[in-house]
Design a protein around this ligand. Structure first.
Ligand code: TMP
Length: 212
């Protein structure tokens, strides 16, 4: 009897400062991979559709105030509540492209007064570690050229500078730094190539844990 083994999907995360083009590229990548015969789901964090996501949404729109540690833990809880879905999807061989993950959780919270990077990492420790982090790198000057930040809580120049500096402290060998000033199509080409490589490389590997 020949039983065919199901290879796991790859976990691919898109990170970068606000207005770097992450969401566009992440959604495109889902489609590109589907079209290449590699079934892929798209997810994003925060996932505003859950109860916890609703509280986060209200906070981001400045409708409520929450203590800095408390909102940090809610962002984190929003990832943990979706862990069963992530695990199931990867186990059946479907890749996942996620727009933001625990790295956003850490760099944004740690950009606030009195919040340390080490403390912020704790609540996401043990989540699945992405096989690939695509970091869309956009210079401060270019961010300004891309137009006004929106009205959400963290979309302020000074804050984004600290976020950018914090990202530097989290990079490891699963990260690829992608120049976000490329055209949408060129960017997608580069990203697709990185994604296909990693899907092939990790399909028989165990899913590692983040920050353990
Ligand atoms: P979005 O614009 O990608 O929906 O993200 C909303 C904002 O939330 C963005 O400014 C980044 C911030 N954020 C956190 O502060 N912590 C987190 O864990 C995540 C995922 C996002």
């Amino acid at each position: 009897v020949v039983t065919s083994k199901v290879c796991r999907g790859a976990l691919i995360v898109m990170e970068g400062c606000d207005r770097s083009g992450k969401t566009t590229q992440a959604k495109l990548l889902k489609k590109t991979l589907d079209d290449a015969g590699k079934p892929t789901d798209f997810m994003c964090f925060p996932d505003r559709s859950t109860q916890i996501g609703g509280i986060i949404n209200n906070y981001l729109k400045c409708g409520t105030e929450l203590e800095d540690h408390a909102i940090h833990l809610l962002f984190s809880a929003n990832r943990w509540e979706l862990l069963p879905k992530i695990k199931m999807t990867l186990a059946k061989g479907t890749n996942i492209v996620i727009d933001r993950y625990a790295f956003s959780g850490v760099v944004f919270s740690a950009a606030k007064e009195g919040m340390s990077l080490e403390w912020c990492k704790k609540s996401d420790t043990g989540l699945p570690k992405p096989d690939l982090v695509l970091y869309l790198d956009v210079s401060e000057k270019d961010v300004q050229k891309r137009g006004q930040f929106g009205a959400e809580r963290y979309e302020k120049e000074e804050f984004q500078k600290r976020v950018r500096a914090n990202y530097e402290l989290l990079k490891d060998d699963t990260w690829r730094i992608i120049d976000a000033s490329l055209s949408i199509d060129k960017l997608q080409e580069v990203i697709k190539e990185e994604a296909l490589k990693v899907i092939n490389k990790t399909k028989d590997e165990k899913i590692p844990e983040l920050w353990v």
